[in-house]
Design a protein around this ligand. Structure first.
Ligand code: HEC
Ligand code: HEC
Ligand code: HEC
Ligand code: HEC
Ligand code: HEC
Length: 268
């Protein structure tokens, strides 16, 4: 009896949790109808399924607007449908959600030269199969389509250097955490630095990237100095530990020798 009600409860919980995800991420009328279309009308569905957006429940209508529950009126402008954006409208289209990135982008050389055909969001990230971003997006093939790679390479260099430093410090903090040290404050500091770090790229300005990554490196450097201090303490503790252990062994040996001498004396 109890067992049945527990499994019933679990089932209900599961349905409650799964239902919104199914409605939003899989079963919209947009996906149903477009999934059955040939060519460019159908392709977005399969591509989108592999994306970081699908993974996070951002479906067609979150980007394109419209009513995901009304088969007949789904794409009516009255239902908020905005369709596919023109080339120069993409930054605002994506910037509804990625506000900080879009601001950095607009203030930089690409944003300023947008009307002249500079790279915008989907040129670098794609549109429907967007994956988590990383610095490999900066590569000669992608960046030399419109200009030389030289400046891009300098930007990449500063960013990779800082990225490596952040990752090393992260690994150090994990190690200390596993040893039982309180690392919350350092974790928070690193988290903030990582956030500001990932905002630097979109301004595509070599001097600013250098100055801002230097700031991040200085702050991360402070955290790794704290790590080094803790490591020194650990070393000292180990040294003291072995010294104390050595003393104990010595005391033991002396004790045995003394006892042996005493026993021999007793016998003799
Ligand atoms: C009943 C089938 C059907 C449904 C439902 C449907 N679409 Fe479409 N969609 C189409 C067809 C057909 C086209 C191409 C002709 C046109 O633009 O009307 C299209 C075109 C589009 C375009 C390209 C428009 C452009 O500006 O070039 C987008 C974006 C789009 N649909 C998104 C959606 C979204 C988001 C939903 C759900 C809110 C949706 N569709 C629901 C059939 C459908
Ligand atoms: C992250 C935002 C985003 C999501 C989510 C998204 N789209 Fe799009 N879609 C775009 C952008 C941006 C364009 C404009 C194409 C371009 O500039 O490359 C576009 C274009 C389209 C077009 C026009 C295709 C063409 O080649 O002209 C269709 C149709 C479409 N999307 C349907 C869908 C459907 C169906 C889904 C859900 C499975 C979906 N989109 C999900 C951003 C998105
Ligand atoms: C010239 C290529 C390029 C353009 C244009 C571009 N991006 Fe990026 N984007 C990148 C690269 C490279 C990264 C990785 C940067 C990093 O890890 O520091 C990235 C990272 C991101 C991230 C992850 C940020 C984070 O905090 O981890 C988001 C979100 C993003 N871009 C969205 C956008 C949007 C929205 C636009 C348009 C307004 C855009 N990107 C334009 C190349 C580009
Ligand atoms: C309706 C809101 C919304 C829109 C519009 C949108 N995104 Fe996203 N995007 C998200 C969410 C939510 C995530 C996952 C959470 C996160 O990591 O930021 C995400 C993740 C990303 C990531 C991975 C971030 C990372 O940490 O590496 C990139 C890149 C990205 N989006 C680019 C775009 C681009 C390009 C567009 C326009 C074509 C766009 N997004 C439109 C909400 C949106
Ligand atoms: C679709 C074309 C296009 C692509 C692709 C492109 N850019 Fe650009 N980029 C431009 C335009 C246009 C400008 C502004 C005019 C100029 O400075 O050449 C610009 C300017 C720049 C600048 C500033 C130049 C300066 O004077 O310092 C940098 C840095 C830059 N881009 C980096 C990149 C990187 C990194 C990538 C690849 C991830 C990339 N670009 C991909 C078109 C593009």
């Amino acid at each position: 009896m109890i067992r049945t009600s527990i499994s019933l409860f679990v089932l209900m919980l599961f349905t409650l949790l799964a239902a919104p995800a199914l409605v939003l991420a899989a079963d919209t009328v947009c996906i149903e109808c477009h999934g059955g279309q040939p060519g460019p009308l159908g392709e977005p569905v399969g591509q989108w399924r592999t994306s970081v957006h699908a993974e996070n429940g951002i479906s067609c209508h979150e980007c394109h607007g419209g009513d995901p529950t009304d088969y007949a009126m789904a794409m009516s402008p009255d239902k908020g449908f905005i369709g596919a954006p023109e080339y120069a409208d993409v930054p605002d289209f994506c910037g509804r959600c990625h506000v900080g990135v879009a601001d950095a982008y607009k203030g930089g050389a690409h944003g300023q030269a947008l009307e002249a055909g500079a790279a915008q969001c989907v040129v670098c990230h794609g549109n429907h199969a967007i994956q988590r971003a990383n610095l490999d997006l900066i590569n000669e093939e992608a960046c030399s389509q419109c200009h030389s790679y030289e400046r891009a390479a300098l930007i990449r260099l500063s960013l990779v250097e800082t990225d490596t430093m952040i990752n090393t410090t992260e690994a150090d903090l994990e190690r200390l955490y596993r040893l039982g040290f309180a690392v919350d404050e350092m974790e928070d500091g690193l988290f903030n630095q990582r956030n500001s770090f990932h905002r630097i790229f979109h301004g595509v300005d070599v001097e600013r990237v250098r100055a801002e990554t230097a700031d991040v490196q200085a702050e991360v450097g402070k955290i790794s100095n704290q790590v080094a201090e803790i490591d020194t303490t650990i070393q000292e503790r180990k040294l003291w530990g072995s010294a104390v252990l050595g003393l104990f062994i010595l005391a033991g040996v002396i004790f045995l020798l003394v006892r042996k001498a005493y026993e021999e004396e007793e016998r003799g």
